[in-house]
Each structure stands twice: as C-alpha cells, then as structure tokens.
Design a protein around this ligand. Structure first.
Ligand code: PRP
Length: 180
C-alpha cells in the first residue's frame, strides 16, 4: 500500500547505501583527529542520519533538532520555527547539520545563522538530496548525496502529509496526489 501513489523509484536502496557510505568515508577523512557533533534535523533526515552516522569512524556525539516551516503545502516559506532545540552546547565544536533535502534552502539558511551565533569551531551541511532548481537563497551543502530534478519526492524519510516516510527508496509521487 505504501507504494500506491508512487509514480517511479528515483533512487534505489542500493544506490542510497552506496552513496551514504562514500559520504561517511569522506567525513571520516575530513575530521580525522577531531570531535564532531552530528545534528539530525527531524523528521525527514532520520533515516539518512541513522545510516550515515553508523559508517562514520570517528568520536562523534549526536543531537536532534526539530523545526517547522510556516509555509503550507509543498514548499517552505522562509520563516522557521524551532520545535525542539539541540541539547548540547555547540561552542568550539565541529558541527554537521544532517538534512534529507535542500529545497528552497530557507530552513538551512536559518539554522546555520542560528548556530553560528553560538560560536561553533566549524559548521557544515550534509544532505541526502539537493534540488538546486528550487533554491531561493544562496546556500549549498558540503556533503551531498544526490542532486535531483524538480520533482516531488517521498520515501527514505521524506513525506507528503506525513505519509510515505517508510518507503526504503526515494520515489517520485504521482502529481495528481499533491495537485488535487
Ligand atoms: C523539509 C526538509 C527540510 C526542509 C527543506 O522539512 O526536511 O528540513 O523541508 O526545505 P527548504 O530547503 O525549502 O527549507 P519539513 O518542513 O517538510 O519537515 P520534516 O523534516 O518533518 O518532513
């Protein structure tokens, strides 16, 4: 049933695992000898976060942040509300924000600005998906899984109206579902 409204699989489970392992290896090399705070931006990034962190061979801490965009429908508005802040102090730490997707870029722009005020040693972005065609602000990821076209995707953590997050692949939703 979870595939009922799916038009096609865009990225397979195997491709996701392969690419996630490459990103984890790159992060492991880039932060050798350093401590790292990995911040999962709930909820969409939860599956990517879980797969990415277990392949990073470093001394890491986890934290979680929940945010909500004030926008409705399929695009965020630029105004971001913090539902749950991180628990760890970030001062002097290397931070990587882990996201499922960079779309307009509004969410990450807001979060990077917010966390920079707390004086981290460094702050970077890891995102499974990047949709550059939709960008409204100048922000780019440091560790990107896949650059994708402007199609409405669900699965592997991404939802439409809170459904489809448990599909193990990244899929394109049938347009009649979100256009109706
Ligand atoms: C999604 C996604 C990013 C944001 C990206 O979150 O997880 O946080 O939108 O869009 P942007 O680049 O246009 O800001 P959403 O608000 O759908 O919440 P969710 O993670 O709980 O699904």
């Amino acid at each position: 049933m979870r595939y009922k409204n799916v038009a096609k699989v865009l990225i397979s489970e195997e491709e996701i695992i392969k690419r996630t392992n490459v990103l984890a290896k790159q992060i492991t090399e880039d932060y050798k000898g350093e401590k790292l705070l990995l911040v999962c931006i709930l909820r969409g990034a939860s599956l990517f976060f879980a797969d990415l962190v277990r392949k990073i061979d470093l001394d890491v801490n986890f934290d979680f942040m929940a945010v909500s965009s004030y926008g409705a429908g399929t695009s965020s508005s630029g105004e971001v509300r913090i539902i749950k802040d991180i628990c760890e102090p970030v001062e002097g730490k290397n931070v990587i924000l882990v996201e499922d997707i960079i779309d307009s870029g509004n969410t990450l722009q807001y979060l990077v600005r917010l966390l920079k005020q707390r004086n981290p040693k460094s702050i970077k972005i890891a995102a499974l998906l990047d949709k550059p065609e939709r960008r409204e602000v100048s922000i780019q990821g440091d560790y990107i899984g896949f650059t994708i076209p402007n199609e409405f995707v669900v699965g592997y953590g991404l939802d439409y109206n809170e459904k489809y997050r448990n599909i193990p692949e990244v899929c394109v939703l049938k347009s009649e579902i979100y256009e109706s």
